[in-house]
Ligand binder design. Sequence first.
Ligand SMILES: [Cu+2]
Length: 359
Amino acid sequence: MPSLSSKTLLSALAGAASVAAHGHVNNIVINGLSYQAYDPTVFPYMASPPVVAGWTSGNTDNGFVAPDAFASGDIICHKDATNAKGHAVVAAGDKVFIQWNSWPESHKGPVLDYLANCGSSGCETVDKTALEFFKIDEVGLIDGSSAPGTWGSDQLIANNNSWMVQIPANIAPGFYVLRHEIIALHSAGQENGAQNYPVCFNLQVTGSGTESPAGVFGQSLYTPTDPGILVNIYQSLSSYTIPGPALIDGASSIAQGTSAITASATAITGSATAAPAQTTATSAVATSAAATSAAATSTVSSSVVGVSSSAPVTTAAPVASATTSAASSPTGCPGAAKRRARRAARRAARRHARDLGLN
Ligand SMILES: [Cu+2]
């Protein structure tokens, strides 16, 4: 649409595009139980959003955290994230299936997973800046022979926009934040061009493991010039250095696959060791906010790829798109820095529109 290329319209378009084409995590599945995630495109507009195991976050546009925010709290669990008020239960050694609602093919890059121990009081009140994350899973460049290569993100898309991560069997029982992340590298050839999409969940890990691995503060995970952050993927690559610390001993990135949903579960509150409450049988999932996981229920259990086609309805999203795309990048910086940030956000929005084939 060449005649409509005013900046305003462009960023509005890009905002709409990012709602349609970017993604967020819809739910996680543990041993057949589906726990709803925090939906950043819907929950902020609800009077009383449900208590879930996913941390709240301010990425109402399904947007990203840029490298110039790597030292800020936003990199930990996404923009303005606050503690989830509930948690899911998982045994060490078990798998967590993380279901995104969609992911754009152009947004190639690594998929990473971390844990951080919250201490005995649980993760619902922990100070996120005090969390020390250790890495339990990473998949970067799978095949770089033909630019822009095949990446963890491509594996995620091929796996029904979902990711399977194993909680290491040697981890001591306790309350942990699971930090899952995709880093999109389509614009990473220039500084501040990478895009981090982190998302956090509260887990109670049970079992008889004994390890308490050392970790890294979220604000210290990456720098803007890490070789895996500032990298041009539009050339054949023989190797890629996945950013962040090394995997802990005992962790391994497992083969991808699906996790059939047998019931939906409500996040557990408080610090008691409780069996997860199964609120609904599979057949009854379709009530209220679980509409999207109902789609997941029928499709995932029959092992067909198809959740994303019906899931991203997210009707409330367009409310935010036009305004948030430009204004929501780096927040809280006064004057010139703010204007610079707005310009950067507009550039990013234009890049997105281009990437997504809108212009
Ligand atoms: Cu994007």
